[in-house]
Design a protein around this ligand. Sequence first.
Ligand SMILES: C[S@@+](CC[C@H](N)C(=O)[O-])C[C@H]1O[C@@H](n2cnc3c(N)ncnc32)[C@H](O)[C@@H]1O
Length: 408
Amino acid sequence: MRDLKESRPRPAATPCGCVKPALETAKNGTPRQPSICSHSRACLRIRKSIFNNPEHSLMGLEQFSHVWILFVFHKNGHLSCKAKVQPPRLNGAKTGVFSTRSPHRPNAIGLTLAKLERVEGGAVYLSGIDMIHGTPVLDIKPYIADYDSPQNVIESSGDFTLQNNQDKLKTGSQSEGNTNSYDWQQLPGHKESQPCCRSEETPKCPGARTSGGSKAGSDDAANSQQSSAEPRERAAELGEESGPSVAQDQSGPQSQEESPSEEHEESRLKRGAGAAVPEGRSPEMPPRAPPRAAGAAQRAVVPAWVSEAPVASLEVRFTPHAEMDLEHLGSGEPAEEARHAIEAVLSADPRSVYRRKLCQDRLFYFTVDTAHVTCWFGDGFAEVLRIKPASEPVLMSKAAESPGSLGS
Ligand SMILES: C[S@@+](CC[C@H](N)C(=O)[O-])C[C@H]1O[C@@H](n2cnc3c(N)ncnc32)[C@H](O)[C@@H]1O
């Protein structure tokens, strides 16, 4: 279990033979998505500078099993980002940054669906996280399947008329007498707004449990004063500069676009062997998903490279020395949890495309949950050489006060 507090910079070993700052090793092995490693745990504390009584702000959250965490990729290392990126799952092929979960984006904001283990006072204990230690968290929101998961909204059926009628009935009964309704956005292909829970006070959908946390007025005066701050004021108070807007300024210089030579290369490839590749697609990209049927508008669709990545999963081995280290982590459950966490991270091949190509036989270091791991990669496998308790090498500073976050 690691507090999401700022770790002190520390000298880092250099798997590639070059000097790297500590933050590089902090990123190594951090699961790329929460689903990769359910044992990756963290504790998030709400700062008293945000709410005088942090525990008030968490009231009712314990009734949810999962929460969205919005955070800042504060260790990206550089502020620039490119319009096309190479996600590890594409193993070298490029795709537009907005079609990926790359940390390198115009506004370096991350979104993680974490499992809520427990709430204790002003702290939230999470698992299945893919954030590095010390990550500034911007917000916590409950995961509500009815709102957040398209499959859970309306199942499309062959009998579309019947489905629509049922929706109308539901909407009619639920919106009656409600004044505090959300301004639901309609989805293309659907005449009705989302039918559920138009009132914050009277949620009626399964899975839309609330704890009365919406009754903001019941909290103490200091809290409600804080919450009513205007967003701009709030950003200033949190020490945040307003970041670039990705949607408004379309005329600005495209400084991070591909160089002319890259574009030239791409169009050359399109004209050549890959003549069948449609405009705007790079030849190495998987084919575009077929147009969606109107009835499937509520289903979540992802490209094949996400669901069936062309990168094979790796076999994970432990040397006898690493097995001994595992035993020293603790007998029984802690050791087994650490083993599973390490296997989960390594089998998904945590290396960047760059490392896969250029640092193939170098040592690789990462920390997952409570274990600091040294390993190397061979052809189709990862071998764990050494495991140390993370509490040894990871030095934690006192409560980090990086502005712009709820807590760390
Ligand atoms: C691929 S991103 C996905 C994050 C999130 N689930 C999302 O979709 O926005 C996860 C990777 O971001 C990197 N990362 C996590 N926290 C970070 C931070 N605070 N600063 C920079 N990089 C971070 C780690 O290398 C991790 O493997």
